[in-house]
Design a protein around this ligand. Sequence first.
Ligand code: MG
Ligand code: ZN
Length: 96
Amino acid sequence: MKISDFQKRIKDNFYHKDEPRGALKTFMWLVEEIGELSSSLMESDKKNQAEELSDVIAWAFSLANVLEIDLEKVLMDKYPQNCSCCQESPCSCSKK
Ligand SMILES: [Mg+2]
Ligand SMILES: [Zn+2]
């Protein structure tokens, strides 16, 4: 499945709720899920960690839909084949 297909799936299923909620409240739900992901990392339940990470990704797509951002396009532009800073793969930047 392509990234754009997944964004469409989230739009088809949830946009009727995401759009009227708006960007800021949708972002709050994303933050809530990041909190749940944080809690899951304190435990050793791999299944729960995977589910919470999935929730974070899904809410990020909801936010992208509300903001009318084509995440596949932006991700491919922002994260090209090689590191956009050092132009190498894997990245050899020493900043982080
Ligand atoms: Mg969750
Ligand atoms: Zn780099």
